[in-house]
Design a protein around this ligand. Structure first.
Ligand code: GUN
Length: 284
């Protein structure tokens, strides 16, 4: 029987730790504040943003919500970011992605003060991760490292295979596994023999975005499998990038969907908000 990595329990534990830290800062009169910007009314983004606001309320972080219309111009959004960058009472800024087509996502990410970039998307933070310096780390991959360490799974010396090379998950995941001294391979849409490469993995991270693509043929006996995907199948049931039923019996540990990686993203966002506050305090 594999170990089922319980993201619900681990994320709850992290949120409790953050909540205690926020309460201690509150005692000193500090109010940690996150600005959350959503442009347009993509239903999935609406759910994510709602959950982020709820988590802020739970841990005691003040959230400022900016819900901008679909037709917002790039200039309007950049002006708002510039105002929030200057505001002393705002510690973190998050712009929910994706953005409407008229807005250049990279321009927006680059405009956020890297010291307030709690998503860890700014090139300065990505560069810091790449060179082993301090900075914000993208929440989902940071959450996966927490899942592994808090489940007693070490990365050092292991063969790690990441399937997917997105800026939000695949690339920072590979960098974090490397930082933990894993031997890392990244597969993507042009990789030949993904199955063969994946089968070498002691730790396999699936972040492909295709429902149940990873079957038992991709998985070495006894591997640890981390599933980043979340989809709805034909019966409206949630499923991941991994075909859980066929893969789980061959693993030593696996994340379920839902209740695996998903809840970790928001827990790590809350953690990053406290880090943003601490950073400001250290560098006043
Ligand atoms: N869209 C999908 N995932 C994320 C995330 O982690 N942060 C932001 N800002 N947008 C997203």
């Amino acid at each position: 029987m594999p170990q089922i990595i319980d993201g619900k329990a681990i994320s709850a534990q992290i949120k409790e730790e953050v909540k205690a830290q926020v309460a201690a800062y509150r005692e000193q009169g500090a109010e940690i504040t996150l600005a959350v910007i959503q442009v347009g009314n993509d239903p999935a983004s609406g759910v994510y943003v709602g959950n982020k606001k709820k988590a802020c309320a739970y841990v005691g972080i003040r959230s400022l919500a900016y819900e901008l219309p679909e037709e917002t111009t790039e200039e309007e959004l950049l002006t708002l970011i510039s105002d929030l960058n200057r505001r002393e009472d705002v510690h973190g800024i998050l712009v929910q992605l994706p953005l409407p087509a008229q807005i250049d996502e990279n321009k927006v990410i680059n405009a956020i003060d890297p010291r307030k970039d709690v998503d860890g998307f700014h090139p300065q933070n990505v560069g810091a991760l790449c060179t082993g310096q301090d900075g914000f780390v993208s929440c989902t991959p940071a959450g996966i490292i927490q899942l592994l360490t808090r489940s007693g799974i070490s990365v050092a010396g292991k063969e790690c295979v990441v399937i997917g090379r997105s800026n939000i998950v695949g690339k920072p995941m590979a960098l974090l596994l490397l930082k933990e001294n894993g031997t890392v391979t990244v597969c993507h849409s042009k990789t030949k023999n993904v199955k063969e490469v994946a089968k070498r993995a002691d730790i396999l991270v699936a972040a492909v975005g295709r429902p149940r693509m990873i079957t038992e043929e991709y998985v070495k006996e006894g591997a640890v499998v981390i599933d980043v995907g979340i989809h709805r199948n034909a019966e409206n049931k949630l499923c991941g990038d991994v075909d859980y039923e066929s893969v789980a019996p061959h693993t030593s540990a696996i994340t379920p969907v839902p209740g695996g990686v998903g809840p970790m993203t928001i827990a790590m966002l809350m953690y990053n908000c406290v880090e943003a506050y601490r950073f400001r305090e250290r560098n006043q």
